[in-house]
Design a protein around this ligand. Structure first.
Ligand SMILES: [Zn+2]
Length: 580
C-alpha cells in the first residue's frame, strides 16, 4: 500500500477526553474516529488490526471444533422477556419499537437467542456436544463509555456457547475453550493471567476471566508470584492469620476512651499510638431488608462480593449516614460491634485480633481492649479483600495485586438458560434432559485497545507482528530515480514473499515520515534513500527496539528475504507450542 493513496489521517494532538494510551494513539494514528459517546468508526489501519484479531480468534475456535454462526443484532423482546432479562437489564438495553408497535432491542449478549436456536435444532444426545460461536456487534447503553475502544456502547465481540449432555461433558467443553483462549492471547503477544471470577451472580458454577495486566486496567486482581493461582480481588482468598497477643483470659478489661472528633482509624491510631492492625473496623451495610454490621481489621477492606455471599444475598450496599446513626446512636466513625444488636459478620482476621480498638457506638468515644468471643459475638467468615503480601491459598507463596483489563471470559453456565427456556435433548432412554451450557466471550474491539495498552511507548504504537496492520513500514527518503526504482523493487519483492508493506512515498520531510512511522507502530521499519544506498542498501530498524543505534544497513539483494525471515520469526516466537 502506498501512503500517498492511503487514508491515514495522523494528528499531532489527541482530544482532551482521551486519557488512556490506546485511546490517544488510535486517534492520533488515524486508526479510529469518534462518532458519538462510545461509538467509533474504524479507518483502514484500525480495521486491518480488527480483522487480524478476528482471524486469529476464528482460527483457534475452528481448531477447537466450534462452529461459526451469525445471529441478528436486532432482537424481538420476547426472548429476553422469557428469561426475565428484558426487565433485569434496565437502562443498559437499547430498546426500540417497530412500525407495528412491537418491542425490540439491540443485542447486548446472545444467550437467549442461541438457547432458542439450540432448543429448535438439537434433538437428541447424538447431536451433542455442539459449540456455536459468532463475531457480532453488541450494544450496551453504558452509563460511562470511556477509554475509546476499551468501553464502548457499540462494540464487537466473539461469543461462543457450548451445549453438552451433562456437567462433566460441559466441563470438558469449558476446558477446551479455556485452552483455545490461552493460545489466542499468547498469539496476540499479551501478558495475561487467568483469573477466578465471581460466578454466583449469573448462577453458574465456574467462571474465569482472561485479564491482561496493565496499570491502566480498571479491574483489580490478586495473583500468586509462584503458581498459577489468580483471582479477581473481590473473590481472592488467603489463609487466615494465626492468633497473636494475649488470650481472652489475660486480656485487660475493656476501657472507654474519649476520642473527640476522631472518626477515622488513621486519626485514632495517631491519637493512641496503636497500629491500625489492632483496630476493628465496623461498617454497616444494607442487605435486602436487613442492616448488617461487617467487622474487618483496621488495615483491611470489606469485600462486598464476599459479604453478599456470606449473607446469601445478591448484593450489599453501604448504609447511609442516617441509617448508621439510627442503628448505632452515634455519628459515622464511631460504630462498633460491642452491644450492637443487629446481624454481625466478623472477618476471620478480625476475629483473631486479641486486644482491639473499636468504636463505642457513642459519638466521640472508642473502646480499648476488645476481643471477639469476650466483648462481642458474630458470625465469622472470610469477608475481606486480600492485600499485597498475603499468602497464596494454593501454595503458600506471596500474592501480589495487579490491575488488568478483562479481555476474555469463560463461564460454565449449567442449566440456567436451558431450564428457563425449556431447551432439552432426548437422552438414550428417550427422556428429555436440559442442555448443559457454557458461554465464552472475547472483546474483539476492546482487544485492539488492550493490545496497545501493553504495546506502546512515548513515540507511539508497537504492534505485535500477528496483528500489525502491515509488517513493514518502508520509508522512502527523496525522489531521485534510483531511490524510486529501489523502493519499487523492494516493495514488489516483499509482496511476492507475502510480506505486507506500507510504503511512505509522501512528499514530506524525513523527520515527519520517521515520526509517523514510530507513531503507527509497524514491527519493521525500512528506510531507503540516497544516504542508505550509498551505505550499501536499506536501513532496517525494529520498532520494539527503540533508539537510533539499533538501526543497521541491509544489502538490497536479499533484503526482502531477510525481512520476511524476521517477520516469520516474530510470529513463531509468539505462537504457542503445539504440545500446549
Ligand atoms: Zn501460589
Amino acid at each position: 500500500m502506498r501512503y500517498a493513496r492511503a487514508l491515514i489521517p495522523t494528528l499531532k494532538e489527541a482530544p482532551a477526553e482521551a486519557t488512556s494510551a490506546s485511546h490517544v494513539l488510535l486517534i492520533r494514528g488515524g486508526y479510529a474516529r469518534k462518532v458519538g459517546a462510545g461509538i467509533y468508526s474504524y479507518l483502514p489501519l484500525g480495521l486491518r488490526v480488527l480483522r487480524k484479531i478476528e482471524a486469529i480468534v476464528r482460527e483457534e475456535l475452528d481448531r477447537a471444533g466450534a462452529l461459526e454462526v451469525l445471529l441478528p443484532a436486532l432482537l424481538p423482546a420476547e426472548y429476553f422477556q422469557e428469561t426475565g432479562r428484558w426487565d433485569e437489564y434496565g437502562d443498559v438495553l437499547f430498546r426500540l419499537r417497530d412500525r407495528k408497535g412491537g418491542d425490540y432491542h439491540l443485542g447486548p449478549t446472545h444467550e437467549e437467542l442461541i438457547t432458542d436456536l439450540a432448543r429448535r435444532e438439537i434433538r437428541s444426545y447424538r447431536d451433542l456436544p455442539k459449540n456455536l460461536y459468532q463475531v457480532q456487534t453488541k450494544f450496551r447503553d453504558e452509563p460511562r463509555p470511556r477509554g475509546g475502544l476499551l468501553r464502548g456502547r457499540e462494540f464487537i465481540m466473539k461469543d461462543a456457547y457450548s451445549f453438552d449432555v451433562d456437567e462433566q461433558h460441559a466441563s470438558e467443553s469449558y476446558a477446551a475453550m479455556r485452552a483455545a483462549y490461552e493460545r489466542i492471547f499468547t498469539r496476540f503477544g499479551l501478558k495475561f493471567r487467568i483469573v477466578a471470577a465471581d460466578a454466583g451472580s449469573m448462577g453458574g458454577s465456574r467462571s474465569e476471566e482472561f485479564q491482561v495486566l496493565v496499570q491502566s486496567g480498571e479491574d483489580e486482581l490478586a495473583a500468586c508470584l509462584q503458581c498459577p493461582y489468580a483471582a479477581n480481588l473481590e473473590v481472592a482468598t488467603t489463609p487466615p492469620y494465626p492468633r497473636r497477643g494475649p488470650s481472652l483470659s489475660e486480656l485487660a478489661p475493656r476501657e472507654k476512651l474519649h476520642t473527640p472528633g476522631q472518626g477515622s482509624i488513621a486519626d485514632v491510631a495517631a491519637f493512641t499510638g496503636i497500629a491500625a492492625t489492632s483496630f476493628l473496623k465496623s461498617l454497616l451495610y444494607v442487605a435486602g431488608e436487613q442492616l448488617v454490621m461487617a467487622v474487618v481489621r483496621g488495615d483491611h477492606a470489606v469485600s462486598e462480593v464476599k459479604l453478599a455471599r456470606a449473607l446469601g444475598v445478591s448484593e450489599v450496599k453501604l448504609a447511609s449516614a442516617e441509617q448508621v446513626r439510627a442503628a448505632t446512636n452515634a455519628a459515622v466513625g464511631f460504630a462498633g460491634p460491642v452491644g450492637f444488636t443487629g446481624r454481625l459478620v466478623v472477618d476471620r482476621d478480625a476475629a483473631t485480633v486479641s486486644d482491639g480498638v473499636t468504636g463505642a457506638n457513642e459519638t466521640d468515644y472508642h473502646f480499648l481492649h476488645v476481643a471477639h468471643g469476650r466483648d462481642f459475638e458474630g458470625e465469622v467468615a472470610d469477608v475481606r479483600t486480600v492485600v499485597d503480601g498475603d499468602l497464596c491459598p494454593e501454595c503458600g507463596a506471596t500474592l501480589g495485586t495487579y490491575r488488568g483489563i478483562e479481555a476474555g471470559h469463560v463461564f460454565l453456565l449449567g442449566t440456567r438458560y436451558s431450564e428457563a427456556m425449556s431447551a432439552t435433548y432426548l437422552d438414550e432412554q428417550g427422556a428429555p434432559q436440559p442442555l448443559v451450557m457454557g458461554c465464552y466471550g472475547i472483546g474483539i474491539s476492546r482487544l485492539v485497545a488492550t493490545i496497545l495498552e501493553q504495546h506502546h511507548d512515548a513515540d507511539g504504537m508497537i504492534w505485535p507482528a500477528a496483528v500489525a496492520p502491515y509488517a513493514v513500514h518502508l520509508v522512502q527518503l527523496g525522489r531521485e530515480a534510483d531511490v524510486q526504482q529501489a523502493v519499487l523493487e523492494l516493495e514488489r519483492a516483499l509482496e511476492q514473499l507475502g510480506v505486507e508493506v506500507l510504503v511512505d512515498d509522501r512528499d514530506e520531510r524525513p523527520g515527519v515520515k520517521l515520526k509517523d512511522a514510530d507513531l503507527l507502530g509497524m514491527p519493521v521499519r525500512l528506510t531507503l534513500g540516497k544516504k542508505s544506498l550509498e551505505s550499501g542498501g536499506v536501513e532496517l530498524k525494529l520498532r520494539r527496539e527503540p533508539g537510533k543505534d539499533r538501526t543497521r544497513i541491509v544489502a538490497l539483494s536479499g533484503a526482502a528475504e531477510h525481512v520476511s525471515e524476521l517477520v516469520q520469526r516474530a510470529l513463531r516466537e509468539a505462537s504457542p507450542s503445539e504440545a500446549a
